[in-house]
Ligand binder design. Structure first.
Ligand SMILES: NC(=O)C[C@H](N)C(=O)O
Length: 348
């Protein structure tokens, strides 16, 4: 049964007697489909979150042949309900955990809907060369051919593996190893929903062994913020562009406390001329950063000298929002924010 949130589940409780010849991996569980139960083995929508970290580990006893496991239950929610309190707690606890010499790596179990946001948040706040692997599932634990158990086994394998070092935060699902910087959920329902943008996958699991296509690499422009003493983040809203969009959304966002705005723009960061005029008026009145990203699944928004917006470059709206929150919280000035975004696409 789930323990209270943030509580350590000691090794003996997850039936993992310490085997000193094995590496040590810590699992931080947050909820999601990987921790969900349906009413029957054919139910793959409308199921409920309800399994704790202990249940997840007990479902895959083979994990304990690979690694000693400690577990922390951080939350137990669908990932649409993950918030900055949870992601800051994860960042704080993961930094502390990875600083312990005996820990090889960590796994975060998470719903897939917003997994890329938490993974990117960790990419920008965890300072360690050790592997951090974020994993989810598309079918609940009770379903026929549930994908969670093998995904979990692979994620622990990777977190325990020296091959997983110096690769930033990784996302594993459906045999693939992706970089948190570039991986995005692409389909609301299918097992192969996570794939990386043009930047490509990092590697693949073959017979549960992680194989990397590249030597350790860092995404260009990666910034790591120190959030040790941060308890809350600056409010940044995302405004979704579409035909006939409401230009007043920019003003509403400001009056509800936003310190920055990300536009999920049409094409490469666009919006209607009326919305553009309203956004520019907000920028002129407040000086707040408005970052133009794209509503298309993949793409790039180039910088323009004439524009009042900051180009998101390769960051999609949800990742641009996290980067902007962190930059604002760290007290970055407008130009530093602009440079932080531009650092991901250095001009030749
Ligand atoms: N596949 C999933 O994990 C979806 C689930 N709704 C979530 O918590 O994000």
């Amino acid at each position: 049964s789930p323990v209270s949130f943030g509580q350590l589940i000691p090794r003996q409780d997850v039936q993992s007697p310490i085997n000193t010849s094995l590496p040590n991996v810590t699992i931080f569980a947050t909820g999601g489909t990987i921790a969900s139960k349906g009413n029957s083995n054919t139910q793959t929508v409308g199921y409920q979150v309800g399994l704790g970290v202990q249940d997840l580990v007990e479902a895959v006893p083979e994990i304990l042949n690979i690694s000693n496991i400690n577990g922390y239950q951080i939350s137990n929610v669908g990932s649409g309900s993950i918030n900055e309190t949870i992601s800051l707690k994860l960042a704080h606890m993961i930094n502390e955990e990875l600083a312990k010499p005996e820990i090889s790596g960590v796994v975060v179990t998470h719903g897939t809907d917003t997994l890329e946001e938490t993974a990117f948040f960790l990419e920008a706040t965890v300072n360690s060369t050790k592997p951090v692997v974020c994993v989810g599932a598309m079918r609940p634990a009770t379903a026929l051919s549930a994908d969670g158990p093998l995904n979990l086994l692979q994620s622990v394998t990777l977190a325990a593996s020296p091959a997983g070092r110096n690769r930033g935060i990784m996302i594993t699902l459906n045999d693939r190893i992706g970089s948190a910087f570039y991986t995005t959920k692409n389909n609301a329902n299918t097992l192969d929903t996570f794939f990386s943008t043009e930047a490509g996958q990092l590697g693949i699991f073959i017979n549960q062994v992680p194989y990397f296509f590249f030597a350790p690499v860092e995404p260009v422009g990666r910034v790591v913020f120190n959030v040790t003493h941060v308890q809350d983040l600056a409010q940044v809203d995302i405004i979704y562009a579409h035909q006939d969009m409401n230009p007043m959304l920019f003003n509403s966002s400001v009056s509800s406390g936003a310190k920055g705005i990300v536009l999920a723009g049409v094409g490469a960061g666009g919006m209607s001329s009326k919305a553009n005029a309203a956004a520019e008026a907000v920028y002129n009145a407040t000086g707040m950063p408005i970052v133009a990203s794209h509503r298309s699944n993949d793409g790039f928004v180039p910088a323009s000298d004439e524009d009042f917006t900051i180009a998101s470059g390769f960051y999609n709206p949800q990742k641009a929002r996290i980067l902007l929150q962190l930059a604002l919280t760290a007290g970055y000035e407008y130009n530093e924010i602009k440079e932080t975004f531009a650092a991901s696409y250095p001009m030749p």
